[in-house]
Design a protein around this ligand. Sequence first.
Ligand code: SAH
Ligand code: SF4
Ligand code: F3S
Length: 467
Amino acid sequence: MAEFSQKQYMEDVAQIMAVRARGPQPMAFVHTYGCQQNVADGEKIKGQLEEMGFGFTDDVNEADFILFNTCAIREHAEDRVFGNVGALKNVKRRHPSVLIALCGCMMEQEHVAERIRKSFPYVNLVFGTHVIHKFPELMFRMLTDGRRVFERGDDSEDQQIVEGLPIHRDGNVRAWCTVMYGCDNFCSYCIVPYVRGRERSRSPQAILEEFTGLVQAGYKDITLLGQNVNSYGKHREEGVNFSALLRMLDEVEGDYRIRFMTSHPKDATHELIDTIAQGKHISHHLHLPFQSGNNRVLREMNRGYTREKYLDLIAYAKDKIPDLSLTSDIIVGFPGETYEEFLDTVDLIRRVEFTSLYTFIYSPRVGTRAAKMDDPIPAEEKTKWFQELCAVQEQIAARRCAAAVGTVQRVLVEEQNEKTGLLTGRTDGNVVVDFPGDASRIGTFADVRVIAARNWILRGELEEAND
Ligand code: SAH
Ligand code: SF4
Ligand code: F3S
C-alpha cells in the first residue's frame, strides 16, 4: 500500500490554472462512462481537481478542462466515446485554450491510445486506470511540457493500492466504497482483467474507516464495490473474507443500508447468504450475474460454475431469505452459442424470476480469447434472441411488480421528480417506488404502501398517511 503524495503538484497546477482560467475560477467538465467502479474513480479524479482549485460545470463550453472517464466493456461503449471526443473538436475551435483529457478503461488499451494519438490531435492528456493517483503530476506535465502526455501504468504500479486520495462524492444519500480492485478471472469475453490489472484488496481497516466516515456523514445507502467482491481478501494476511468484512461493517452503528456488487457465482458461498440473512443493515438484494444458462457456453466463457451450481445457490438463498431480490447480467450470442443453448438461458430466467436483468449482446474485445472464436450467428439473429429474452423477462418483472401491490416497503427517499413532483426512492430490493410526499424526506427512510405497478416502477403512498 502507498499513500497519496501529490500535494506539491496540486499546488503548482492550482497556480497555473488560476491564471489560465477564462473565468474567476477554473472549471472542469467531467463525464464518466461505464460501471460503478469507474464512477468511484471519477469521484477520486474530481476530488483531486477540487484540490487543484477547480469548480465543476455541466456545460462543455464553459469548461477550461474537459475529461472523459471511459469504459471499454463493449464496442458500443467505445464508439460513444470516440463520437463524443470527435464532437469536442468544435469546442476546441471555439475555445482554443480548453484542455482535453481522456482516462479510464479504454485508455489502458494500446490500440486505443494509438488511435487517439493519430486521429485526435487536440486531446492533451491520456491516462489509464492504474495512474489515477498521479493525476496532478500528469496535469502539471501537460501544462508545463508543451507536449501531449500519454501515461499508462507499468507492471509495478499495476499491483499497488494508493490510499488517501481526496474524493468528491456526487450524491449525499448513496455512496460507493471500493473494497477491491482488478480481476483475475479472465472470463473469455471480458476486457476488464486487461484494463484493470490483477485482483488486489484494500485493508479491512482502510475500508472500515471510509465506511464509518460515510455513515457518520449521513450516507444511507453504501455500495461496496469490486469486480468480484466474493474473492475479497484472498491475497491479504488478515484472513478476513468478504462475509467477514460484511459482518464487520454491519456492526457500525447507524441507520443505513449496505449493498455490494459484483458477486461472482463461482465464489459466492452459503456463508455469504447466511451473512445477508443475519445482517442488520445488509440489503436483501443480490446481483449475481450468471451470463448463460448453458453449461457448454459457461465453460467456453471460463466462468467456473455450472447451471446446476448456480440454481442450487439460488435455491439456498431463496430458502434463507424469502424476500430476496435477485438481479443478474446475461450475454446473448456468445461465439458459437446455438439457439437451443440460448433457450437454456431463457429457461433459467423463468426458474429464478429475477427482479430485473441487464442483458447484453456479445461484443468482441481485442485481445480476449473469445474474440478469436468462430462466431457464425449473424447480428440480426442475435438481436431476435435478445428481444425474445427481454420479452420473457418483461412478463416476469410485471408479475413481480403486481405481486408487490399491497405490501409495505421500507424506501430510502432519494429525490423529488422534477416533472411529477413525486418523491422517488428504492426499496431494500433496489426497486424504484414513486409516492407523494414532502421534499424534506429526501435522505430518510419511509414506510411506503405499494398501491400500483406500472412499467416496473411501483407507485405508493406513505404508510403514516393512513394512520
Ligand atoms: N465483474 C462482473 C461484471 C463486469 S462487466 C461480473 O463478473 O459479473 C458487466 C457485464 O458486462 C458482465 O456481467 C457481462 O454480462 C457484460 N459483458 C462483459 N464483457 C462483455 C462483452 N464482451 N460483450 C457483451 N457483454 C459483456
Ligand atoms: Fe470480467 Fe469475468 Fe472479471 Fe467479471 S469476473 S470483470 S466478467 S473477467
Ligand atoms: Fe467499463 Fe471498465 Fe467498468 S471497462 S464496465 S468501466 S471496469
